[in-house]
Design a protein around this ligand. Structure first.
Ligand code: PMT
Length: 223
């Protein structure tokens, strides 16, 4: 229907940071609060979707009407997303997934040693890139957090990860990025469209972004 354009469609959203353990009491992470991804999940549910939110550790209330799967690490997020992928109509990756994790996870709390210390890091799997190779009918939407040349780097990721859309935020903008209630983004599509959105609340923005994507994909979504 017009009011519930996503009725009967499964929309999978990832949100928040991942935590990569060093030992039982320490981890490597980032400043994602989950606000952007939770807003996308709420907006998808309000538009009628069966919304599944795969969430890293955040301090937000669970959105009503959304199925939440809690994960901790990039590896757990990958498994959760894979298990939800086949029957998803749209997959939106707002999570700030760690690109690196400690190579060794110590089973006991690391003891202080005299002098400095280093932690060796190894790459995590790029979840979005993996999904890009698995894609059949799914509309794949990434986010890109950039501190310079935001649109250029974003369109590079759109192509290299085989995405349909990428939502680029310049996280140096005072109204944008990690932890804020507002965001400033540009929506890029694989068809070359380029839509900048002014600063607004992540909640309002989430609805606008989804409506824009639904409109552009009406054929694909109504198959
Ligand atoms: O959570 P908030 O505080 O509200 O902040 C929102 C946000 C800034 C985190 C969000 O708007 C955002 O930009 N999320 C993506 C952050 C990010 O990891 O960007 P990236 O450019 O490093 O990664 C590009 C894309 O690849 C992202 O969709 C990311 O989910 C995905 N990725 C990255 C690494 C990896 N190992 N696997 C991935 O899937």
């Amino acid at each position: 229907s017009k009011q519930l354009p996503l009725r009967g469609k499964k929309v999978v959203i990832t949100a928040g940071p991942t935590r990569e353990r060093i030992d039982p009491v320490r981890y490597v992470s980032n400043f994602s609060s989950g606000k952007m991804g939770y807003a996308m999940a709420e907006a998808a549910a309000a538009l009628g979707a069966d919304a599944v939110l795969i969430s890293g550790p955040v301090g937000l209330d669970k959105p009503i009407g959304v199925t939440v799967i809690d994960v901790e690490s990039a590896a757990e997020m990958l498994e959760a997303v894979r298990s939800q992928f086949d029957d998803a109509a749209i997959v939106i990756k707002a999570a700030a997934v760690a690109d690196y994790r400690p190579k060794e996870v110590y089973p006991q709390k690391m003891k202080k040693q005299p002098g400095d210390s280093t932690i060796e890091l190894e790459r995590t799997t790029d979840i979005l890139k993996t999904l890009g190779t698995m894609k059949t009918h799914q509309i794949l939407v990434g986010f890109a957090a950039e501190t310079q040349n935001a649109v250029d780097y974003g369109s590079g990721k759109l192509e290299s990860k085989n995405l349909d859309y990428i939502i680029v935020n310049d996280v140096t903008d005072p109204d944008a990025g990690f932890g804020k209630d507002t965001n400033v983004v540009t929506l890029l599509s694989k068809n070359g469209t380029h839509r900048p959105f002014p600063a607004m609340s992540k909640k309002k923005l989430a609805t606008l972004l989804l409506k824009t994507i639904i409109k552009e994909e009406s054929e694909q979504l109504n198959d």
